[in-house]
Structure formats: C-alpha cells, structure tokens
Design a protein around this ligand. Sequence first.
Ligand SMILES: [Zn+2]
Ligand SMILES: [Zn+2]
Length: 1005
Amino acid sequence: MTDLSSKKKESFQVLLQQLQLTEDAMVEHFRDALIDRVVVEKKQKKWHFFFQFERIIPCSLMSRFTTQLDRSFSHIANVTSTFNVLDQSVTEELIHDYWKHCVQEIDGMAPPLLKLLNEQLPKVQGHKVVLNVRNETEGMAIKNKYSGILADIFQTYGFPILTIDTVVNQDSSANNDYEEFRKAKEKEDQERALMAMVEMQKKEAEKDQGDAGVPDGPVSIGLTIKDDADLRRLEEIVDEERRVTVEGYVFHAETKELRSGRTLLTFKITDYTSSIMVKMFSRDKEDAAIFNVIKKGMWLKVRGSVQNDTFVRDLVMIGNDVNEIRPKLRKDKAREGEKRVELHLHTPMSQMDAVSSVSDLVSQAAKWGHKAVAITDHAVAQSFPEAFGAGKKNDIKILYGVEANLVDDGVPIAYNSAHRLLADDTYIVFDVETTGLSAVYDTIIELAAVKVQNGDIVDRFESFANPHRRLSSTIIELTGITDDMVENAPEVDDVLREFHEWIGDAILVAHNASFDMGFLNTGCKKIGIGKLPNPVIDTLELGRLLFPDMKNHRLNTLAKKLDVELTQHHRAIYDAEATGYILIKMLKEAAEKGIEYHDQMNDYMGQGNAYKRARPHHITLLAQTEAGLKNLFKLVSISHLNYFYRVPRIPRSVLQKYREGILVGSACDKGEVFETMMQKSMEEAEEAAQFYDYLEVMPKPVYSHLIELELVRDERSLENIITNIVKLGEKLNLPVVATGNVHYLNPNDKIYRKILVNSQGGANPLNRHRLPDVHFRTTDEMLDEFSFLGKEKAKEIVVTNSNKVADMIDVIKPIKDDLYTPKIDGADEEMRNMSYGMARSIYGDELPEIVEARLEKELKSIIDNGFAVIYLISHKLVKKSLNDGYLVGSRGSVGSSFVATMTEITEVNPLPPHYVCSKCKKSEFFDDGSVGSGFDLPDKDCQTVGSATRKMGMISRLKPSLALKEIRFRILISTSPENISHVPMTIQKSCSVKTMCIVRVQLVP
Ligand SMILES: [Zn+2]
Ligand SMILES: [Zn+2]
C-alpha cells in the first residue's frame, strides 16, 4: 500500500468520525474506502467528494452515509459526491436493494408511471434490468424517457451501466412472487429505517448534551475572520507562509501547561484535501481557559503563519485567530407581542410520519417567545402527557388537539331527487375527460354520452372540446387524447350548449357523478344556463349499495362482474357506453330490492358500513375547555373502536354529538374546504366552510406536492386558492389562520421524515411525490410565506388570528393531580375470587398460612386504595395479549405482588422460596433466608405421592408494594412493526374497559 493511499484511507475514517458514523457495521463496510480527492468551488461554497469503495455497499448504509454527509456540511458547504467502485459486480439482490431508492430520485415522472415502477421489483439478467409494463405505450415511455436517467442514477452509487428493458405483462398475478418479495423487503426496510433514525437522533441528542459545558455561542479566539477571507485548501499549503486562512474538521486536540507557565494548544484539522497541525501559545489566563474549549469534532476557521517545525519535522501552523463555524440557530425575529402561534403540529405519535420530539418542539416554541403551541397528531392523543410536562417546564400554554379523519355519514346515490318511475324513464349516461381534477381551474376536453331508453342504447353524443392549453403528460397517458386531437375541436361552451339541448329533462347518469357533474355545472353556469336541474344517479355509489362485497367498484370491475364489455377504458364514449349497459343491469337489481323511484335511492344512505365507503377528510379538533378535552378523548376512542377502517374515522354526526368545547379547524389540503376550493367551486367551498370554527391555510411549500401531482396547475393557481379561502373567511366571518402542518423542527430534519416515509414504500401515498417542507416556522418565516396576500393580510392570518384562536382556549390539564381509578362493577370481588381461586388450585383448599396472610394483606391494600380495577385491567390485557400470541413481560413493582402472580399478570412468584407438589398440593417454605431463590432449590420428589414437586418463589428485591400510593403496570408487549397499530387496537377492543390504556410496545425485529 502506498503512503498516499493509506493517507486517503485515514482521511476517510476521519470523515466517518465527523459524520458520527462510527458503529461497527459502518466501519466494517467502509474499511477500504478512501477519499480520492475533493474539489472545492470557493465562491459557490460547493464541495465535491470523490470516494473510492471496494464494492457497492448496502443501500441503507449508503443512504445514511449521504444523509449525514449532507447534514454535517450543511453550514459549511453544499456537498455532492461521486462513488468510484473497484469491484462492480452486481446481483439481482443488490439492484433490488437500491431499486426504490433510485426510483425515488427520478425527477418529474408522471404519477402512474412512478407507481408502476414503485410497485414492482425488476428481473435482472446480467446488467440488464427487465421491467413489467401494462402496455406497449408504457414500455416506450419508460424506455425512451427514463431508462437513461435511471441508469445514471444507479451509476452514481457505483453501479456499472445498466440497460433497461420492458416486457408487457397484463396479468398482474404473474407478479405475485415479486409482490411477496417486495412486501418482505418493505418490512425489512421499515425496520432498518426506524433503527437508523433512532440511532441518528440519539447521536444528535448526545451531541447536544455534550455541548453542555461549552459556551453558548461559537468559539472565537483572537480576531473575527471575515466571511470573504481567502480560504486556502490545505493541499495548497506546501511551503512556509506569513499569513493564510484555512478551515477544517478538528480530529485531534490537546492542551499542555508549559514550564514557562503558558499553555500550549495543539490541534489537527483536515479539509479532506490534506491536514495540518495548528499550535497556539496562550498570552494570558483568559486565553488558556478558552483553549480548553477547542475539542475534537468542531469545524474551525484558522488564520496564522505556516512554519517549518523542527520538532515535528513538518509544516505547522502557528494560529492567531480561530473562529468556530456552527450551524446557525433559527430565531423568531418578530417583536414581543407580535409572535405567531402554531396551531397544527405533529409529533412522533403521528405514526411513521413526524419525527421531532414533543419536548423539543414545545421548548423551541417557548424559546421563540410564542405564548402557546398546539399538538395535533393524526387521530391520537398519546403525546399529551409529554406535551403537558414540556409545557410546564417551559412555561408555555399547550393547546390539546388532534387531526382527525372526518367522514360523511353516507354518500348519496342520487342528486336532485325526483319522484320519477325508474323503469319508464330516459337516461343520459355520460362521461367527461378533462385537463385535470379541478372543475374550477381545469376544463373539459371530451364529452361523450349515450341515451338509454327501455333497456337499450338509442342515441349517442360525442365531441372533443378545445382547452386552449397544452395537455399534461399524465392526461395524455391516462386518456389517450393528444394535443392535435383537441386543437381544432369546437369551443367547450358550444359543446355544452349542444349537449344541454340534446339531454332535455332526462335523468343524468355518471360513474362517480359528483366529479362529472362538477364540470358540467361549472361549465353550464359560465354560459348562463345555470346549474342543471335534472335528477342524477351515481353508478359508483349505486354499485356500492347493490354489491357491498366487491373489493372495489371501479368501472372495469363492475363491467366484469355484470358481464359488460369494456374496450378502450378511459376513452369517454366507450366508458359511457359501458356505464349505460351497467346501469341497465343495475336498475333491474335495484327494482328487485324494491327501489322503483328515483327519490327512493338515498333511503339506504348511511346504513351498515357507510363510514367505510366515504372518503375521509382531515379536520383539526382543538379542545377549548376541560369538557371539550373529555369529548376529544371520547371521539378518539369511538373512532378507534367503532369506525376504524384503514384509519380511525369520525362520522360527521358523531362529531356533532360531541362537539361541545371543541374548536374545529379545516386542516390541510386533505381537508374538505381546501379540496372543494381546489376542485369544485367557491359556492360549494362556502357550504363546506360553514361547518368550521376557523379556516386553515398553509404556506405554499406545504402544498407543493399538489403541483407535482398536477392537482393544481401552478403556483399562481395555488395562491388563488389560498386567497379565495381568505376571502371566504371574511365573508363568513370566520378567522383564517396560517398554520404550518409541522412534522419536524428544523428544515434539515426533513431527511429523517424522508427515511421514515420512504421505508413504507407504495403503501404510503406520500411516496408518490416529493415531500413538502413542513418544519416549524418562525413568525417572520411565516409572514414571508404569505407576503403575496399583502403585508396587512399576512399579519392578520399569521399573528392576529393565531393568537385569537389560542386565546379562545382555556388552560387545560390533561393529567390530573389526584388519582382517578376507572370503575368496573364488581372488580373488587372479582379480584378476590380470582386470587383465591388460583391460590387454592396451586396450594390446596386449605391455604398455607404464609399464602393466606400475604393474599389478605395485599388484597386489603389493593381494594382499599381502589386499585382492584387496575389489576383487573392488567389481567385482561395480559390474557388477551397472550391469547393473541404476543409476548408479555412485566417490570417494576408488579414483580413484588403476589396477587399479580395469582391473577396471572406476572409469572414471578414473590413468596419465599418453596416447593409445592402439583398433585397433592403440599408445600414446604424456606422463609429463614437460607435459600436465595426457589430456582436454586435441589430437585425433589413429593414424599406423599412421589411425583416431582414444583420449585417456586423468588424473594423479590423490591419491597412488597403494600404501602400503595401509586401503582404502575408497565406492560411490555412485543410485536413486529407491522402490528404496531394493531396491538393497541386489539387490546382496546378486548378490554371492554372504559379507560385509556397506555401500552408500551416494543419492536421485535
Ligand atoms: Zn392533514
Ligand atoms: Zn397535519
């Protein structure tokens, strides 16, 4: 090994230290890695690392490495890197390992294609990657547009040049093996991601702790080195120089007291191009004190002279000025009394979604001088205790809330109800193709319909319409309509006029009618016809009513079920025709159910599992009073127990019932006010908004995915939507509040969320686009985001209104000072019976004195203090968990309670060591301290019946918990990650206890 390459390797190891990636797994994989060179662009503050690896390293390590590289240099430079890999052999496994990661990096891919790539693992033949596609067009799109990009991305991680091929495969079942492999992999990724994240955050926390003895601001010795100082790379320093400035990572530092009484500080720094030793001599006591602060791990700028040092026989720098470079802390620059309040904030209890701890978020809010901060996790209240503690510690008001999933009690099948006999009527079954999903901002490009009479299609209508804009690639891919097909088409207004004349007063029918009717009505209103009064039937909802057991009720699924031919799905006329035949068959089925008239169709609305069919909308609930908090808890419980379907849901009627003391906000882009404003009309948004107490708008970057997904055309349209919501608030006299949808504290924490979300793969819709910027924003940052509304308006929604809402809320304590045990009728008696029953089954009907005395003593204390019910709940929890196959461990005071043993909460028997015969139940106790533990007793047969006796009893080192002031059952349930949400669910459902159980769930890899 040449001296040079060993230096380059050392330098890589120093980098690992700087990145805090020092655990064995990391070091092992990077053993032969080296930093070949670093190219620095001083002006742009850009650094490019050239790394050399022995072989391609696992994707999870690679992403941690690049993540940390990014983060650690974020305050120094913008870092990019190239990986040169010596042994480029690849396997299918390795490509699968990197697959999702690389697909995520493709920019601007149409969502359907992205989904396709995301949801499969390609076959690999040598350096060829073969992808399944659904048709030739898709294959061409992938090959032409993305194969090069994808190969490039793989290459950046050291892969050889891969070629991408596609194969048409319509039968999705062929993908089953992959599907399973993918799922297994996803699971594995999720676990790894969680662990990596925990590890990284732990390190960060340690670092913060380590800083405790260090002065608050960055360290500075001598003069301040200005930003524009001519920074030299260390590799350029080859000779003695009078005055140079360098920067680098400190990888060694020590101070020495010299005989002269002065202190000598020596430290070594590297900028990864080379390294140098710096020496400094103290001039006075203060100098000496500050020298001690220079530590390994800092990033320093140093100015001084370079000299040949005879002692170390190398060039050494004699430092004059030293400045530490630290990441800048964000400050809230708003004046006292003009600070905002964050009303929408997620903590790690928003499962697999948010990352910063409640304590950090709350203490940051307090440091910025905010007077309050809200907690609004997805559907749960588990962060309240920690938030309460953090609020007390930091002297800041906590607003307790949740972001819930609101559903309508039922979705109508028919609109504009009319008492018309279905069998005799005329129907216009129609379908529209559009430039996008928003009836407000998008327009119709094709309108097609069939007329149905007496069970047959009797007429057709078909026309394109000119949108006067270019179609997006998603729309072209989805509809097969291209720009030249609509370029010379008639104006949409004319098409609608003609259509209006053609339909007469017939019943209108469409699949997912609210979408098509939205476009039709918006268009008709524009040309003065107004909202159409025709009765409407939605075949999607009708299908759901008639065939509740079908997995989905998409048009092609229904067509298959009802034996209707559907060629060229997604072209309007074919879809309309197929819907026509589907309608004919469904009307027959409906007649058999007794639905004969149009106005009977909604009679079944809200029945059965209607909550499962409705699409949930996000909604923010803030407890305004103590009573409101109780209602909030009820809603959380009800949504988990009675209305859980994929997510816990709250039907609108249930929310109304428990709404007292709760402020209702309109939440994010998944809230109904925003969505209606985006996709329907101002009037409909107004109707939706009346349900709320305040309206939320968020910074544009928080909505950025909407533009990427082509739900909103551009930033202008987004501003339009926000402006319209603000106007709506004025009109309805509702406060409009700027909220941040916070998911982490600082912008550079985004990477943690990315790891978390990415690990969930296609199952999480967040993986279909880039993640928005959802850090905790300061007042001035928030004001900037809304400056497009004008200064005054921005201040009103950011500062005035957020404070107004916060002031409407009482100071609430979610944790009571006294103990309030829950109540279950007969709990005392049940505990007594259960304990004695079990004791008799082990020790015989005539209980040994020691057993009976202990039972009595404990039971009295337990029952008198009101703890019987807690024992009973624990008993049920443990039993249910064991029955369902979850391991249960117990810890703490539970191990010293004999009643807990007798009620099977724990297996630990806290009695003195003893033998007991399982047949004749005779026992022998050693309570003189001669035996330490029952397990140490020698094996022994029972003298009476001759069979082996059981050995039991462990005198617990814990004192028996008889002086019961407080009792805590910490029940540890071990489960694998995919069951996390399932466990608390099962337990809550099975316990039939009207209380909240706090269960700590441990992950078992
Ligand atoms: Zn939301
Ligand atoms: Zn949210």
